[in-house]
Design a protein around this ligand. Structure first.
Ligand code: HEM
Length: 505
C-alpha cells in the first residue's frame, strides 16, 4: 500500500505542533491539573500582567485564582504562594525540593556568576558558605560577640543626628541608617570602618545598593525569554553590569586593605580571616577568592538596606500616627529613663517597641516576593501538578496583608502583637502568617542580625530624639518595587534631642 506523502506531512506537522504547544503552554505530563492562573499573551505569557508593582499585581491575581497560582512567563513556569498555608506547603513540606535558586541573567551579572551564597544552587558549596557565615558571623554567639561594634555605631549615628538637629537640618533617614549598618558589617567582616562619617561617599554607596536592589528586577524579560536576552529590552542587565563594576572596585580595594593589614590582626581574626583559614569543606569543596568577593557582596547588599527599609517604613508610619511614637517613648522612659541611651539588653523589657518592629515587618517586608526559589523536578502539590523547572515566588507582602489572617490589615497597629493569639507570633520562620525572613532551608541567613539591627537602631532613634516632618513637607507613602521595597521618596525627618545632655556623650 502506497503511503500518501500529504498525510505523512500532516501527521508530522500535527506532532510538531503538539510539541510546540506543550512547550509553550506547559501542558502537564500528569493527570492532575496545573494550579489555576491567568494565561497571558503569546510568547510573553503572563509577564505583562505583573506591571511595575508585581507584589500587588500578583496579590490581586491571587484573589481571583487562589493562593497557589501557576503562571507561564515566557518560557518559564512560575508558581506563586500567597497564603500562610500555601507558603507552609512549599517552604516546609516541599522545602528541599524548592531549595534551589533559578538562574537569572540579571542575578548572574552581579553575583560573579552565582558564586555567592544568596544565589548559589542548593548544594555543598552553599552549605559550606552558609555554615561558616552562620557560625562565625550571623549566629547567636557571633551576634553577642559583636555587640560592642553595634553599640559604637549606634552612638556615631546619634551624634550625627544630634549635629543635624543643632543646626535645624532634617535627616534623610536611610542615609544615616545604611551608613551605620555598612560600618557594622565592614568592621565585623574586615576589621575596618568603611565610612568615617555619613556624607557624600556613604550616600553614594547607599544609592548604589538601593539601585542594585530596586534595579535588580525579578521580572527582567531576558530571564524569561532567553532568546531575546541579548536585546536587554528594559536595560536591566546594562544597569546591573555598571553597578557591579563600581561595587567590584570597592570590594577589591577593601580586600586589598584587609590583606595588607593581616599582621595587625594576629590573635584576633575577623570573619574574612576565619573564612580564609577554612576554605576546604568536608566534601572536597573549596571556597575560592571569587566566592569570598561574592560573599562580601552578599553581606553588604543583603545586610544593610534590608534592615534600613524596615526602620524607614516604621518611622514613616509613626510620623503618620504620632500617638504610636509617643507610646513607644513613654515605654522607654519608664524602663530606661532619659539619663542614658538605650542598650540592646533593654529590648526584652520593651514589648511595645518589639510590636512596632513586627508590625513594620508585616506591612512592609523588605523583600516583598522573598527571593525566587526553584525546583528542577516535577511534583504534586495539594492536588495540582507542578512541572519541573518551575520558579517559586512567595508573596510575603500579600500574606502580611491578607484580610483572612489579619484584622484591619492595612492599618499600622502594633497593639495587635500585644495580646490574644497574635501575641505569640514571631517573624523568624515558624509562623507562616508572618515570614518577612522567609522560612525553611533558605530562610534569611541574617535573620537574628536583622532583628537586632531593626529593634536596636529603631529603639535608639525613638528614645534619643523626638521626630517630626520638616516644615512644609508632606509624607509620601509610595513604594518602589525591586528585589527590595523601599519608600519611593526617602524619608526626611527633623529630630530634636530628648535625653539629658550627658546621655549623648
Ligand atoms: C530586616 C532585615 C532582613 C530581612 C527582612 C531579610 C529578608 C530576607 C529574605 C526574605 C530572604 C530570602 C529567603 C528565602 O529565599 O526564602 C533573605 C535571604 C538572605 N539574607 Fe536576609 N533579610 C534581612 C537582613 C539580613 C542581614 C542583616 C543579613 C546579613 C548580614 C542577611 C543575609 C541574607 C542572606 C545571606 C540570605 C540568603 C540565604 C540563602 O540563600 O541561603 N539578611 N533575607
Amino acid at each position: 500500500m502506497a503511503i500518501d506523502p500529504f498525510l505523512v506531512a500532516c501527521a508530522l506537522l500535527c506532532f510538531l505542533l503538539h510539541l510546540a504547544l506543550r512547550h509553550f503552554l506547559g501542558k502537564p505530563t500528569s493527570t492532575l491539573p496545573l494550579p489555576p492562573g491567568p494565561r497571558g499573551i503569546p510568547i510573553l505569557g503572563a509577564l505583562p500582567l505583573v506591571g511595575s508593582t508585581p507584589h500587588s499585581s500578583l496579590a490581586r491575581l491571587a484573589r481571583r485564582y487562589g493562593p497557589i497560582m501557576y503562571l507561564k512567563m515566557g518560557t518559564c513556569g512560575v508558581v506563586v504562594a500567597s497564603s500562610p498555608s500555601a507558603a507552609r506547603t512549599f517552604l516546609k513540606a516541599f522545602d528541599a525540593q524548592f531549595a534551589n535558586r533559578p538562574s537569572a541573567i540579571s542575578a548572574k551579572e552581579v553575583t560573579y556568576g552565582y558564586q555567592n551564597m544568596v544565589f548559589s544552587s542548593y548544594g555543598p558549596k552553599w552549605k559550606l558558605l552558609r555554615k561558616l557565615a552562620s557560625f562565625h558571623l550571623l549566629g547567636a554567639k557571633a551576634l553577642a560577640d559583636w555587640a560592642p561594634v553595634r553599640r559604637a555605631e549606634a552612638a556615631h549615628m546619634v551624634r550625627c543626628i544630634l549635629d543635624a538637629a543643632r543646626i535645624g537640618r532634617p535627616v534623610t533617614l536611610p542615609d544615616v541608617l545604611v551608613c551605620a549598618f555598612a560600618n557594622i558589617i565592614s568592621q565585623i567582616t574586615l576589621s575596618l570602618r568603611i565610612f568615617d562619617a555619613q556624607g557624600e561617599e556613604s550616600n553614594q554607596y547607599k544609592d548604589m545598593i538601593v539601585e542594585l536592589l530596586t534595579g535588580g528586577d525579578l521580572f527582567n524579560i531576558g530571564d524569561f525569554v532567553p532568546a531575546i536576552a541579548w536585546m536587554d529590552l528594559q536595560g536591566v542587565q546594562a544597569k546591573l553590569r555598571r553597578i557591579h563594576k563600581r561595587f567590584d572596585g570597592m570590594v577589591t580595594k577593601l580586600l586589598e586593605a584587609h590583606a595588607a593589614s593581616a599582621k595587625q590582626r594576629q590573635g584576633k581574626p575577623d570573619f574574612l580571616d576565619v573564612i580564609k583559614a577554612n576554605r576546604e569543606g568536608e566534601d572536597g569543596q573549596t571556597i575560592t577568592d571569587v566566592n569570598i568577593k561574592a560573599l562580601v557582596f552578599d553581606l553588604f547588599t543583603a545586610g544593610t538596606d534590608t534592615s534600613s527599609v524596615v526602620i524607614e517604613w516604621s518611622m514613616a508610619e509613626m510620623l503618620k500616627n504620632p500617638s504610636i511614637l509617643r507610646r513607644a517613648q513613654a515605654e522607654m522612659d519608664r524602663v530606661i529613663g532619659r539619663d542614658r541611651k538605650l542598650e540592646e539588653s533593654d529590648i526584652p523589657q520593651l514589648p511595645y517597641l518589639q510590636a512596632i518592629c513586627k508590625e513594620a515587618l508585616r506591612m512592609h517586608p523588605s523583600t516583598p516576593l522573598s527571593l525566587p526559589h526553584f525546583s528542577f523536578d516535577p511534583c504534586e502539590v495539594e492536588g495540582y501538578y507542578i512541572p519541573g523547572n518551575t520558579r517559586l515566588l512567595v508573596n510575603i507582602w500579600a500574606i502580611g496583608r491578607n484580610p483572612d489572617v489579619w484584622e484591619d490589615p492595612l492599618e499600622f497597629k502594633p497593639e495587635r502583637f500585644l495580646s490574644g493569639k497574635t501575641a505569640e507570633i514571631d517573624p523568624q520562620g515558624n509562623y507562616f502568617e508572618l515570614i518577612p525572613f522567609g522560612a525553611g532551608r533558605r530562610i534569611c541567613a541574617g535573620k537574628l542580625v536583622g532583628m537586632v539591627f531593626v529593634q536596636y537602631m529603631l529603639g535608639t532613634l525613638l528614645h534619643s530624639f523626638d521626630w517630626s516632618l520638616p516644615e512644609g513637607e508632606e509624607l509620601n507613602m509610595d513604594e518602589k518595587f525591586g528585589l527590595a521595597l523601599p519608600k519611593a521618596v526617602p524619608l526626611k525627618a527633623s529630630a530634636s534631642p530628648r535625653l539629658a545632655p550627658e546621655a549623648y556623650i
